[in-house]
Design a protein around this ligand. Sequence first.
Ligand code: ADP
Ligand code: MG
Length: 583
Amino acid sequence: MSRVKLLPEILASQVAAGEVVERPASVVKELIENSIDAGAKQIEVRLQRGGLSLIRVIDDGLGMERDDALLALERHATSKISRAEDLAAIRTFGFRGEALPSIASVSRFRLTTREHAAIAGTDIVVNGGRIDAVRDGGEAPGTQVEVRSLFFNVPARRKFLRAEATEARHVEQQFFLQALAHPETGFVLVRDDKVVRQLPPTASLRERIRDLFDASLLADLLEVPARESAIQVSGWIGRAGVSRSTRAQQFLFVNGRAIDNALVTAALREGYHTALMRGQYPVTFLFIALDPREVDVNVHPAKREVRFRDPQKVREAVVSAVERTLRGARDHWQEQFEPPALPQRSPALLSSLPELAPPFPAFPAPAMTPSAAIVPPPSDTDMPSPTRKNAPAFQIIGVLSKLYVLMENAEGLVLVDQHAAHERILFEELRRRMEEQGVPSQRLLLPQILSLPARDAEWVERNAATLRKMGIGIEGFGANTFRLESLPAFLRVPEASIFLRDVIDELRSTARSSSPLRLGEDMIAKTVCRHAVKANDPLRYPEIEKLIADLLACDLPYCCPHGRPTMIQISHLELEKKFGRKV
Ligand code: ADP
Ligand code: MG
């Protein structure tokens, strides 16, 4: 007896809906994308009860004639592709021809549409996939799709819907993605008859970000500088040290399509590298544009995922765009240190100020032997008079809690975390040394023999050259056994073998051993932290001044190698508010 049969059309659509329509937010996504594909300049999204009872999307796009509108409700009916070759270079958001029939099969659905030149439009009512009425209608040119009682006829799916507020949040997130991807289109979001977002069409992404988020976010963002390349990376990203504890503000787009992509996410982190705190996520509004033939969007029914033909090139483009952007912000950042036009105190007075405590040893690494010193220690006397002529481009007021250097600029008060600043300086110095001739290392009095688990042993063998550049001298000494002969000179570790095991554990788990340089950077960042100036090591004035000058000369002075900021600014306005001078 034959048991294989073709699914009835409606059932087939409901099955397809299982992939495309997960929740109200996915309906909103498909409908907005259709509107954009239809050239809409203005899109309104209305929700009742988080979209559970009603979703309505209204656009002023092309509209459809009656036959097309009816056809659009059939499965695999699309105006966007017609040949297999088209699939290889998709330029529209839709192409599967499945959204409208899928949505219509699991809701009470109504499509009202009118072409601009037409006298009358068409109004089609569909219930659970069955067309119930087709008549004249459609007042304004464009298209309106109304979706009521989503999943009313698929109880199994309805059960998976969450509370109204949760669904509304997902819709809002989707709305944000679409609004960011299309600043030139006006958007309105109406929730339970209240206008919650009204976004006029704008000329730039910057204005769209301003309209969507708090305007103060812009101050935390840097524009990715444009560059001629087959893979264009543009948009706005958070300054070094700006981060969030979730990915909610990490927006990624490929050819205007919001995507999730592990490769790009990893590239972003790599670009930020030392400018991001552990466990934090960067803030990005990043747009990647490339030839549509270079990217396959037909991977995922909801098109959240894409596949790149040359992932390595995309990775490199993203990493270098982020690095360039962060480094490019330096000039502006340095300007923040400029003293106000009329200095309040003279440096001469200051030099007598912090007669604080025991003189700080060799600068900058406390435990360093003079021969290995990275920067010559400052003289114990007052600042040499040439220094005086080139007066520093900052004005130090004092030191708070033996930790924060206080400075004054035109904006108000500047605070520098001396520990974070020192870590950054040391990090960049050591990295430079590593790249050039290797970090000076010191022989252990007694070489240590270590036997390691197979996986660690393999890792050490693979990375021995980098470890040596980092000043860790290690040689094979039989199966899975090594002899540790030297350590970086600036380190002071009580137990060399324990230190090495820590290094292995930490570095292996970061999984960033992609390049020896990165591995070395990670290592410096991890070891430097513990050996830089301790929070309350008192520094004397010339040392502080040198610290600030060295910080300003760093590539990425904004944060320590772990992504914590080195400097914060408290403006006059903030102070005035605190003192009640201004409200
Ligand atoms: P796809 O977008 O993959 O082509 P859909 O099922 O979403 O499939 O839509 C089917 C067709 O209906 C589209 O190709 C388009 O021609 C037409 N269409 C859908 N929505 C609109 C709209 N808002 N305005 C004009 N035409 C639309
Ligand atoms: Mg579509």
